[in-house]
Design a binder for this molecule. Sequence first.
Ligand code: SAM
Length: 489
Amino acid sequence: MRQETFKFCEFLETPQRPKGYNGLSGFHKYWGKKPIETSEFLITHLTSQNEVVLDPFLGSGLIARKCLDLNRKFIGFDINPLSIELTELYLNPPSPRELKQAISEIYSSLKDDIKSLYGLSNGKNASHYLWNQGELSQVWIKEGSKRIEIALSEQDLKHIVNSKPYESTLARQPQFFDNSRINAKSSLKLSDLFSSRALRLIDLLSGLSSSQYDDNLNRAIRMILTASLGQMSKMVFAISKRGKGAVTNKIEVGSWVIGYWRPAVYFEVNAWNCFENKAFKLIKALNDIDDLPASQLAQSLPQLLNNDCNSFLRCGDSEEWLQKIPSGSIKLVLTDPPHGDRIPYLELSELWNCILGYQADYHNELVVSNAKERGKTIEKYNQKLAKILAESIRVLVDNGVLAVMFNARKKAHWDSLHTLEDSQEVLYVGCYPMEYSAGSVIQDNRIGGLKYDYVLIYIKNAHQKARQEIANQFCEIPGWLSEYPNKES
Ligand SMILES: C[S@@+](CC[C@H](N)C(=O)[O-])C[C@H]1O[C@@H](n2cnc3c(N)ncnc32)[C@H](O)[C@@H]1O
């Protein structure tokens, strides 16, 4: 336990009330990403340099980057292919200068296509089309930082409204399931979610020759594309600004919220602008980081555990991957499993994965899904999570810590965590509530949707004294409980 770096005031500010998703944390809308300050606090206080941290539910991959920055070794698994590629980007990003140069070259090569898709008779490119019940209602252009509505010529109107239907030739057809909770239907096609213009541009961006750039740049370009897909889609709702009681004419551009809801009034945003904005966001985030240590990705687990490599990532089912880790080799398992039925990760990531050409392993996903056809029940979820937690304990060293971020509305969704209460190997130390950094990541917008998680702390084969040391360190966190949190029935 490293007590010397512990600063209580700093700690109160960050692990419980995070600042927000800035820099790299704000780049990609990975579902359910947790505030990095919480992970940073736990990694710093529960491990020393070169010790191994494991996250069997990697998600956005921000934790992998944090381990690299803090000089800890890291092992991460996730069943979502997008998660692994995004993590690889965070571990080995291109230089901001090279990325800026690449974006400018891509623009030069696509400039004529962008003009043919979005060009207007006044020589400008449209930046936004506002659609209302299938009718074109407004067209905007960008003038500096302002957006201006313009009057359309007959010719423009024909060009916009009569654009030829286009089916992507590069993306695979998405595999959606009937799930009303996320407004998904098995019949949903890419052309239902995107305009022909956007699909054409997505194809052009996906088809960029990969031989032109090195792996780090290619990965960055693919991740920028997935990060901008939501804003390129027909899922960007329009916000009518309300004055005192009355609706004014002012309409603002909303964003892709959750799932596949296509509002009747929506903005079709110039897809190139969406891509470029995300690219600039990533360039800025990379520019703001002073010293980015490079990752040495291990090819195998022994290479990570016995050699100089600092990270090991694999796409797949944690239940299988954990079995390959030797017992007693991990100092901290810091993880945030899917919480019952809160977020169906693979169903929501299908949009990204189909554009990238990945086929996700739906069968082995740990989740409770409203998509009946998937048969993802609470019972199966609890069985699988209990196995994964048991394996997580097996791989810990004695005095190693299991820190689980969790919350669920239904008592039954907590059952797998109850198995830890009976474990002979771990002692429960306590838990504290952790707020999210921004409302937009809650993504459980149902009535009664949870607004925070608990961080539950367990210690392996420790004497009461070691348990007490951790408890003493954490007990000043507001909301700290040495009992289990109350779960609603
Ligand atoms: C709550 S998210 C993790 C979010 C992460 N803490 C972050 O901050 O970005 C849970 C993750 O578990 C992954 N997952 C679901 N079933 C899995 C399985 N069987 N094996 C590995 N990962 C799985 C999902 O793809 C998702 O990325």
